[in-house]
Design a protein around this ligand. Structure first.
Ligand code: ADP
Length: 858
């Protein structure tokens, strides 16, 4: 509120300053132009008054001269009669317009008694007037002179001006007098002698107005003429004319000039005044200046106002925008909360749905597996395999849909743990070894030897993509091979991005479908499902996962030739520790011959061996091998032969026999698939083969096998995966099975039936805790969702009891229906050692039990 007031004040202050500046500017401009205009008028006035003064001075001088002439005239003819006077005066009047008349007093003598109007007897005098009625004025003057004794105050030669005060001349006409001595030689009076000198007075009546002649042109002038005589104390006003323009309007200046005309005994002063009227000033410039000033002021005000208006509008707009933004933010926050809530609800729904579907599935798949192991006729076996397959499909569908929902809900978080890339890839490939062998398709794997195999990332999700691609490749390939390769991405200089590829020699994909197969539920054609099964979700999930790993997925394919699916993933390198680094070995003494009809297989093996320093020969057919042994000298002859079991003309065993009959003696390693191994175990022993390798061949197994053959330190002639068979040498265990669902309890019991395990059952967590306290168990299988007390709670209680009683922790394996990472984490937090996700597979269950209870060997 305060700031609003301050703002208002500030605004008014700006206006005030603007107006002040505008006014100051206007006033300055106005005063400059006004002064200029006045100056011009003053100059005009000065010029005019000068010419006026000049003309008055000239005429006054003429009047003075007239009196002098008069004087001279009277002096020359002292016995002047009236006639002569009148002739002389008339001439004078004709010559000088401004002279109105003349008067002559022959004897200026003061009478003892004042003369009054009625008295006729007066000393003689002459007068001549231009206008007859002025004669009376002359008489009046004559009387005045006698009565006032003026004559006595004058001395000879004095010139005196006398305004016609109290007469009709007042302010219009004045007299000019001069006293002169006149000798009277023939006086009538006997007392007077001819020597007597009389004082005579001559006077000239001057019309003041006419003194100016025609030079008064301009209006509004006030004219005044004064006279100053040495004989008179005060100055006399001889003429006065007020400003002619009575209604001249507003006076803006008073102009005044004075001029003086000096004579021996008096002076005449002319005063010219003028009140300069507003109308007379040249206003155009002033008005222009005023206009400019006002215009500029208004312009500045307008600018300030526009600026003010603009800033106010901006402020208002800002307020509106701020309000809108805050409303939108609120809405967004609300929407986000709703979305989060929706996604939470969705994932909760998915979790419980997953549990609901997996629990019966668990029973279906498990039971069908068990049923398969009972004596059945062919028809029954077919039926069982159908619903087992359906169960598997349903399970993978549930898993896929769960994954996809999690990805879409952006809930899928990748792990970032250190893992062994080589192991992850080789194990993934191994999963499909059997299937590949069944299909008679060669499944090969090669991780670039140069790659650092110690990486950071999410191995489980990486495996998921690889498995999906291999599964597809095997599904769509009837013959030939499926090759998995891992290389460094040449575009990434850091070496953290890897390119994975799964190529096959299958049916291929039409060019127009290459993009669309990555969309959800999309297959190349609708008959695919019927023929090959699948849901059309695998590639969608793979794409999302590779994108989560900052990579991308793409496919190159040609119909009838095969497809190559590639994806990239960013997996940071981790420095190998010393033990791992020491694993690098050298096969520098090995001269290895590879015999395999499959060129890709030969090529991969060769690369692996070369990278480890071996000398490598290869052959596709037996003939080449014989030639090699025959032609090379002893040193160059191969000392180890790697033979593929499956070859077109003769199989591995036949070839070895042939070799042996030809007397070629060398170390022999057979390469064969797990399925072939089972049927040929006895043959391997008989044939005198030094070792065998299960396909797809793992890098480390190959190297180790060759190393031990080379060093003569022969391991057991069986490598490959350890099989958890139900053997007698399994350690007997006491297991507590905690599970509320009787079907699932039955299933687990069935799985473990043939093993020397003593199973005790508990229907909920509470019973489990009680049983655990009462007797000793080697392991606990703990379901999570149970009535009374759930698995988490039961595990926590058991762990607390153990620590209170100083007991060693018994392994607890949780059985979760939820495949979510959060759920697994919750189990581990509660104190479980590991977890198994339902539906539990028999083999996984057994191997996990054995893993956590020590080796299976007693
Ligand atoms: P699914 O395999 O479950 O149908 P996918 O998303 O994994 O779903 O694959 C989508 C489709 O892409 C498949 O149905 C198939 O038509 C095609 N496809 C995938 N991999 C290959 C392959 N290696 N060769 C030929 N076609 C393939």
């Amino acid at each position: 509120m305060k700031s609003m007031q301050d703002e208002e004040k500030g605004r008014w202050f700006v206006y005030f300053v603007t107006i002040t500046i505008g006014l100051a500017f206007s006033i300055t401009l106005l005063s400059i132009t006004w002064n200029n205009a006045l100056e011009r008028n003053k100059k005009e006035f000065t010029l005019e008054s000068f010419s006026l003064r000049e003309s008055v001075a000239r005429n006054v001088r003429s009047a003075h001269n007239v009196t002098n002439n008069f004087t001279a005239f009277f002096k020359a003819s002292p016995e002047l009669n009236e006639n002569q006077f009148s002739v002389f005066t008339k001439t004078l009047l004709l010559q000088h317009e401004f002279i109105e008349g003349a008067i002559y007093f022959p004897a200026l003598e003061r009478s003892a008694n004042p003369i009054n109007d009625s008295e006729v007897m007066m000393p003689a005098f002459y007068q001549a007037m231009r206008e007859e009625h002025h004669v009376q004025e002359g008489l009046k003057l004559y009387r005045g002179i006698y009565n006032d004794g003026l004559a006595n105050t004058l001395s000879t030669g004095d010139v005196l001006t006398l305004a016609g005060e109290g007469s009709e001349f007042e302010g219009k006409k004045y007299w000019m007098f001069k006293v002169l001595d006149v000798e009277q030689s023939n006086s009538d009076s006997h007392e007077k002698t001819s020597e007597k000198v009389n004082q005579a007075l001559i006077g000239v009546l001057v019309d003041s107005a006419k003194l100016f002649g025609t030079s008064v042109t301009s209006t509004g002038l006030a004219l005044t003429i004064f006279s100053n005589a040495s004989s008179l104390s005060a100055r006399q006003l001889l003429y006065q004319r007020e400003s002619m323009e009575a209604d001249s309007g507003w006076a803006v200046a008073l102009l005044e000039e004075e001029g003086m005309t000096q004579f021996p005994s008096y002076s005449i002063k002319l005063n010219v005044k003028k009140e300069l009227a507003w109308q007379e000033v040249d206003k155009e410039l002033v008005f222009n200046a005023l206009l400019i000033g006002v215009g500029v002021t208004l312009l500045i005000i307008a600018l300030v106002r526009a600026k003010d208006q603009q800033s106010r509008e901006l402020k208002e707009r800002n307020i509106v925008i701020e309000r809108q933004v805050s409303e939108q933010t609120k809405e967004l926050a609300l929407t986000r909360d709703q979305a989060l809530e929706a996604s939470r609800v969705k994932s909760e729904f998915l979790a419980s749905m997953s549990h609901e579907i997996r629990t019966p599935l668990n029973a279906i798949i498990g039971m069908s597996g068990l049923l398969e192991e009972t004596p059945l006729n062919t028809e029954q076996k077919n039926y069982i395999s159908v619903f087992k397959k359906a169960g598997d499909t349903l399970l993978s569908l549930v898993n896929d849909i769960l994954d996809l929902s999690k990805i879409e809900a952006q809930q899928l978080e990748l792990e970032n743990i250190s893992f062994n890339l080589l192991e992850t890839i080789e194990e993934s490939v191994e999963i499909y070894a059997l299937k590949a062998a069944e299909n008679e398709v060669e499944l090969l794997c090669h991780v670039d030897e140069e790659l650092n195999i110690y990486r950071l990332g999410d191995p489980a999700r990486l495996r998921q993509i690889i498995l999906n691609l291999i599964s597809n490749a095997l599904k769509f390939t009837e013959q030939g091979e499926v090759v998995v390769r891992v290389n460094a991405d040449p575009d990434d200089k850091n070496g953290s991005t890897l390119v994975f590829s799964v190529s096959d020699s299958g049916i291929g994909i039409p060019a127009e479908k290459l993009e669309s197969i990555f969309a959800s539920f999309t297959q190349v054609d609708s008959s695919t499902t019927r023929k090959y099964g699948g849901t059309g979700l695998g590639l969608t999930i793979s794409r999302s996962l590779s994108e989560l790993m900052e990579g991308r997925i793409w496919v190159e394919s040609e119909e009838g030739i095969g497809s190559k699916f590639c994806f990239t993933a960013k997996l940071e390198e981790e420095m190998p520790d010393e033990k791992q680094a020491a694993n690098n070995t050298s096969l520098s003494d090995s001269k290895v011959l590879i015999i395999d009809d499959n060129a890709v297989c030969r090529e991969i093996l060769k690369t692996k061996l070369l990278a480890n320093g071996a000398i490598v020969h290869e052959a596709a057919i037996a003939e080449d091998v014989y030639a090699l042994f025959k032609n090379s000298n002893e040193d160059a002859k191969p000392n180890i032969v790697l033979v593929d079991f499956k070859m077109p003309k003769m199989n591995g065993f036949e070839f070895i026999e042939d070799l042996q009959t030809r007397g070629i003696n060398t170390k022999l390693i057979m390469m064969l698939g797990a399925a072939d191994l089972n049927h040929n175990m006895s043959r391997i022993k008989e044939a005198g083969i030094d070792a065998y390798l299960l396909k797809p061949i793992k890098r480390n197994e190959l190297i180790q096998q060759l190393e031990s053959i080379q060093s003569g330190d022969m391991p057991e002639k069986s490598t490959g995966t350890k099989k958890h068979s139900e053997r007698d040498d399994v350690k007997p265990l006491r297991i507590l099975l905690v599970e509320d669902n009787p079907d699932n309890r039955l299933l687990i019991k069935a799985y473990l039936k043939k093993l020397p395990y003593d199973l005790d059952e508990a229907e909920n967590g509470q019973i489990a805790v009680d049983k655990f306290r009462d007797s000793k168990f080697d392991l606990v299988l703990m379901d999570v969702q149970m009535p009374v007390m759930d698995g988490h709670e039961a595990t926590r209680t058991i762990r607390a009891w153990e620590s209170d009683n100083d007991k060693v922790n018994t392994p607890i394996i949780s059985l979760t229906a939820h495949a979510f990472k959060e759920e697994i984490d919750r189990c581990l937090e509660a104190g479980c050692n590991s977890h198994l996700s339902k539906p539990v597979k028999k083999a996984t269950l057994i191997s996990t039990i054995q893993e956590y209870t020590g080796a299976s060997q007693s």
